[in-house]
Every structure is written in structure tokens, then in C-alpha cells.
Design a protein around this ligand. Structure first.
Ligand SMILES: [Zn+2]
Length: 238
């Protein structure tokens, strides 16, 4: 059953590496990996599957080799490219579920919009400093990123925050949570974070929050409207 589903991971970094490893260790064998970057020294503290012998190798290639060690029957499609407006729909349409493991707000919103348009479910993930977040979006059913923020934050603001660095264990926890969401979905179960934002604050020991996120009326995802319609249709006529 698992073999007939495909999961795409966009970004092979602090979130994408732990997510991919968790999927392979769970026996999930059909993955796509997208990342345009080569491994450099700054990646090594957070991305524990890469070592100095991998410097200069494409992240997607090194990660695919590592996954083949964990799970030799894994079918991994490495894509050495950036997901962009020109290729996103064609690529995402070939997968059943998407893990957003990028650190670019613009790419997060691109994934959101293409997944909403195609009806492909995905899990958002983000880490900044000591805090991490994850939420699963089921298009037409639960809130999307644009229900929360109509526009991506300014890239310059995010870049200045990014220089503060992210904490490896927080990213690893968020990436693993994203893998669990993906596995739930492809196994036909309701992902625990569908419409619910998980916030993990590493500055306070064990501080985890779950916040239900309401779909916004008028958002392009249509989740708020379809929920209202479904509610009316489901109401018993008495
Ligand atoms: Zn929305």
C-alpha cells in the first residue's frame, strides 16, 4: 500500500534531512528530493548525515545515497534544482503529499498556492532561532498559509533573522513531526496537525503548543466556504 504513494520533500536541510531519514526508517520507499545546493561547511552542524567527505556534493545526491543505506529498496528521485513558478505544478502533480522543508518564505507560499490549486496535501514546517512550527494543510478542508498570512513576509527581514541561525535539535524535531504527518496521510489516516499549528519553543524546556487555525473566508483555498457548505449538507433535516 505504501509503495503506491509518493512523497516530495522540498529542501534537503535542517528539516528535510531528518524528515527523509524518518520516512526511510519507517519503511517508506518512494521519495522525491528537491534542493539546488551543494554541501558546504556551514551545513555540517545541523545536517548530521553529511560529513566533510561530502563537501561540494549536491545535497540531493548525498541524501539519496544515505537513504539507500537505510533502506536499499528505496526509490529516491533527486532533483538538483530550485522549485519555482515555472516548474512547481508539473513536479508537485507527480506526488501524493509534499513536505515543505524550505527556509524561503517565497517558496513556502509557492508550495502553498500550487498545492491548493492542485488539491495536493502538504505539511508546512519552519524554524527560526529556538522556535519551530509545523502544520498540515488539506486543501479545501483545512486552513492554508494564506488563511494565516495573506502575503509572504519581507525577504530582507527573514534573511536578517536567518543569520541568527537555527538550532539543530528543534529542526530535527520539526522534520520528524513532518514525516509523521506525511506517513499518516499516505496511510489514509487524518494527520494530527491538519488545521492545527504545532509550536515548539526550545528556549523553554519541553514547551509545545497546539493551536487550531481557522480557515479564512475569502482565501483562495476555499476551505472556509467548503466547510460551511459541508456543515449545512450534513445537518439533519429535522
Ligand atoms: Zn487559505
Amino acid at each position: 500500500m505504501l509503495a503506491s504513494k509518493r512523497i516530495l520533500i522540498v529542501g534537503v536541510g535542517g528539516l528535510g534531512v531528518p524528515a527523509a531519514c524518518a520516512l526511510a526508517r519507517a519503511g517508506f520507499a518512494d521519495l522525491g528530493l528537491i534542493d539546488p545546493d551543494l554541501i558546504d561547511l556551514s551545513n555540517l552542524p545541523r545536517q548530521v548525515i553529511f560529513g566533510e567527505s561530502n563537501l561540494g556534493t549536491a545535497k540531493v545526491v548525498a541524501a539519496a545515497r544515505h537513504l539507500a543505506v537505510i533502506l536499499p529498496r528505496a526509490k529516491v528521485e533527486p532533483m538538483l534544482l530550485s522549485l519555482d513558478a515555472a516548474n512547481a505544478a508539473e513536479i508537485i502533480a507527480r506526488f501524493d503529499f509534499v513536505i515543505d522543508a524550505t527556509d524561503s518564505p517565497a517558496t513556502k507560499f509557492l508550495i502553498n498556492d500550487v498545492c491548493v490549486d492542485l488539491g495536493v496535501s502538504f505539511v508546512y514546517g519552519g524554524v527560526l532561532g529556538l522556535a519551530g512550527q509545523a502544520m498540515t494543510i488539506l486543501p479545501g478542508s483545512t486552513a492554508c498559509l494564506r488563511c494565516l498570512f495573506e502575503e509572504p513576509p519581507d525577504e530582507a527581514d527573514v534573511a536578517s533573522c536567518r543569520e541568527a541561525g537555527i538550532i539543530g535539535p528543534v529542526a530535527a524535531a520539526i522534520g520528524a513531526a513532518q514525516a509523521v504527518e506525511a506517513l499518516s496521510f499516505v496511510n489514509g489516516r487524518m494527520p494530527a496537525l491538519a488545521g492545527t499549528m504545532l509550536t515548539l519553543d526550545g528556549s523553554q524546556s519541553g514547551r509545545v503548543r497546539l493551536t487550531p487555525i481557522a480557515a479564512r473566508i475569502g482565501c483562495r483555498c476555499g476551505s472556509a466556504e467548503s466547510k460551511a457548505t459541508a456543515g449545512c449538507a450534513a445537518s439533519p433535516a429535522r
